[in-house]
Each structure stands twice: as structure tokens, then as C-alpha cells.
Design a protein around this ligand. Structure first.
Ligand code: ADP
Length: 252
């Protein structure tokens, strides 16, 4: 299949996990891919593997996002698909701790919202005029099933992902007349570094509250394949959709 021959694709958070897998699948189907990540080495490694371009970016900073979009669009003079996948979760070992609202320090709240939600908004802000000028495009935002059902103890993360869902709907409505489709994927548990950092007690609580009918968490490619589907012409009549890819967890 080469659904993306001649298409320019930018994936944020493309340096690891499902973002990296998304880059691989787009490249395998002929896309000209730009891999963006704040981990420049990780972005470079994925880009080298698939013959793509690497862009270092912190999506929480508008100036960097603006440069990222310009750099991705510059060689071909167009940018057909943006996947807003960069995000931070809630690892005990990482910069942010999974916490209820009463235990979340103000800096963590600001940082998680800035990366997960403002990062998506800024990506859209700078790509939409380009897509409108070229006559269309597709944006896929990666949220989480946290946006749809209550998961214990990740309040800032949940709020950021809920914001992505709401933002997707308004952008889909506002930009449809310009031929731009905006959709959102809500992954459940995915076998990536992010989930590996989730403390076992909370992971067990989540499994109990929201059992997965398919009986297992997702492989990154299972999320990435749905991202490609929404970005492709197969979804030419689909916009504003919030699609859980969760093994049935939110069907309960
Ligand atoms: P998942 O694959 O489940 O989404 P990961 O933690 O594996 O989770 O991937 C998230 C990606 O987003 C990582 O590659 C990480 O470096 C990237 N990322 C996180 N924060 C930012 C940021 N502020 N700017 C750019 N990339 C980021």
C-alpha cells in the first residue's frame, strides 16, 4: 500500500513508543515524514531508520512549534498531515508524578497542560493556515481514554486529554469548509515507555475499574494503524470523530 505517496507528514513525539511506530508506518506507505521530539537523539534515530527528517522541538513553546511547522513544510512547500502525539504522562520516575488534584503542584499542572494541551493547540494554530492555503489537510490528535472515563489519580493528565477532545471538535467544525479534517484518537493502555512508568498499584486499580474485553493492552502499531486510517483518504468523510482504540475498555 502507498496511501501516502507524495504526502508530507509531521508527527510530534515521534521519537518513541506509538509516535515512532506511527512514523514507521507512514514512511512504509510512501510519506515524506518529519519526526519531531524534544528528545533530539530519539527523533534522529527514528528518522535515520526510516529515511525521514528529524526536528527537535519542545511543543510547549509556541516559537519552537512555529519553527517546527515551517521546517516540516519548507522542502515541499506543503504539509498534508499533522499528528499531535507528543505528551507527558505520569511516571513515578519521570518529571511528573501521577497525582490527584490535591497533590499536584502548580508547576506540574502548568507543565502538563502546556505540553499536552497547549502543544496541540499551537501545532494546529500554525499548520491550519498552511493547510487552508493548499486546499486541505488532516490533523490527528492523540488524547486518551482518560478523556472519556474516569481513571484514578491522574487529574492534570486527564484534564489535558479532555481538552484535546473538546478542541478537536471545535477545530473540526471551524475548518471543515477549508477541506481540513480534524480527528482524535483515545488510546487505552499501550505497551510503551509511558505505561511502563505507571505505578503498579494504579495500573491494577485501572484494570479493575475498566477491564479490557480484548484481554490485553495495545501494541503501538495498533494505535498507529488507526492514526493512519484517520489521516488517509479512507476517512475522507470523517471529521470531528473521537475514536477510542482501547480493546473495548470504554464499551462497558
Ligand atoms: P506514548 O508513546 O505512549 O505516547 P511516550 O512517552 O513513549 O508515550 O511518547 C511520548 C513522546 O513525546 C516521547 O518521545 C517524548 O519525548 C515526547 N515528548 C514529551 N514531551 C514533549 C515536548 N514537550 N515536546 C516534544 N516532544 C515531547
Amino acid at each position: 500500500m502507498s496511501r501516502f505517496q507524495g504526502k508530507v507528514v509531521l508527527v510530534t513525539g515521534g521519537g518513541s513508543g506509538q509516535g515512532a511506530e506511527t512514523c514507521r508506518l507512514f514512511a512504509a506507505e510512501g510519506a515524506d515524514v518529519a519526526v519531531a521530539d524534544w528528545n533530539a537523539d530519539a527523533a534522529r534515530a527514528v528518522a535515520d531508520e526510516i529515511g525521514a527528517r528529524a526536528i527537535a522541538v519542545d511543543v510547549s513553546r509556541e516559537a519552537e512549534v512555529k519553527q517546527m511547522i515551517a521546517a516540516a513544510a519548507q522542502p515541499a512547500g506543503r504539509l498534508d498531515i499533522l499528528v499531535n502525539n507528543a505528551g507527558v504522562g505520569y511516571s513515578e520516575s519521570g518529571r511528573f508524578r501521577m497525582a490527584s488534584v490535591v497533590d499536584t503542584p502548580e508547576e506540574a499542572w502548568d507543565a502538563i497542560l502546556a505540553i499536552n494541551l497547549k502543544g496541540v493547540a499551537m501545532g494546529c494554530k500554525h499548520v491550519l493556515p498552511i493547510m487552508a492555503a493548499q486546499g486541505g489537510g488532516a490533523i490527528v490528535n492523540i488524547a486518551s481514554i482518560n478523556a472519556l472515563v474516569a481513571m484514578p489519580g491522574a487529574d492534570a493528565y486527564t484534564a489535558s486529554k479532555g481538552g484535546i477532545v473538546a478542541l478537536t471538535r471545535v477545530l473540526a467544525r471551524d475548518w471543515a469548509p477549508k477541506g481540513i479534517r480534524v480527528n482524535c484518537i483515545c488510546p487505552g493502555g499501550v505497551d510503551t515507555p509511558m505505561i511502563a512508568g505507571v505505578v503498579e498499584q494504579l495500573a491494577a486499580e485501572n484494570r479493575e475499574l475498566h477491564p479490557i474485553p480484548l484481554g490485553r493492552i495495545a501494541q503501538p502499531a495498533e494505535i498507529a494503524r488507526m492514526t493512519l486510517a484517520l489521516a488517509s483518504e479512507d476517512a475522507s468523510y470523517v471529521t470531528g470523530v473521537i475514536l477510542p482504540v482501547d480493546g473495548g475498555a470504554t464499551a462497558q
